[in-house]
Design a protein. Sequence first.
Length: 340
Amino acid sequence: MRTHIAVLTGGSTGERDVALSGAGEVTAALRRLGHSVTVIDTASGPLDARREASLLGGAVARQPPSAETLRALATGEDLAALTRLDALTGADLVFIVLHGEPGEGGRVQAVLELAGLRYVGSDSLGSMLAMDKDIAKRLMRDAGVATPDGLRWPRHGTPSEAAIAALGLPLVVKPSRVGSSVGLSVVDELAGLEAAVVRARRHDPTVLVEAFIAGRELSVGVLGDQPLAVGEIRPRHRIFDYECKYTPGMTEEIFPAAIDDALAERLQALALAVHEALRLRHVSRIDFRLDAKGAPYCLEANTLPGMTSASLLPQSAAAAGISFDGLVERLCRLALEQPI
């Protein structure tokens, strides 16, 4: 049966370019698989062929879009109005390629659920739990998964000196509900801490401060209820920041990772435990770092991982023998089989 699929993408967050790039590849794959596809930018509506060609599949810039650009896009973004679009409500399935808080934080999912529409990815609750890094860390610990020690920076005032000192240096400062390392900083001296908090708050009022784990960075995809191959991420910068993620040549990504079988199996088991603890479904990507003793710490769970063929999740799938088109098709099948 020919399935009509609406690809929901774009948006007005700092990860807009990332979403559009992935949507271009997902759309091409869906069409190769024989599906009928309509692409919808949440900030501007359905795209005709000309606008598809101009917006989708391009390279991601080394820096996120400017604040001025995003404010202009936000004026046209009305998530509730999506349910009045025939292009969306007439689709058999919605494939979400939309990053940042509205797409990954549960708001779009809630709108689609209220409209009775099937979609790829975690439901509104799972999306919200994973996107709020503070809540996610608490649930990881409850599931027995280690995650870096940290604290939530108060909206008024500052944490106690003792609480900060207990974390040690360096510190990671990041907005709680933003992905792609947007707004993230590593602080080596306490004198730079408050400035890093201010930078993070430009993207989200809730800011986390965490102990920095300096070891190897590893990533595991989850598809359905099965972990995929473990990969290692070796950025040229100290951290896997926005520039390293989206600039060719800035990161070496090795799939499968050059680690022993016991560690790979442990990471896969931990990834599945996080996926289940956060009530995720269909797909996720779980990121880890190893400490100096080789112990894994979960950094975060991504409910809508990047979907270009060079993104980490498709590489994790490819190392497990699943092609990009095969990954896209399996995601559609999982969503179509999901009860509404």
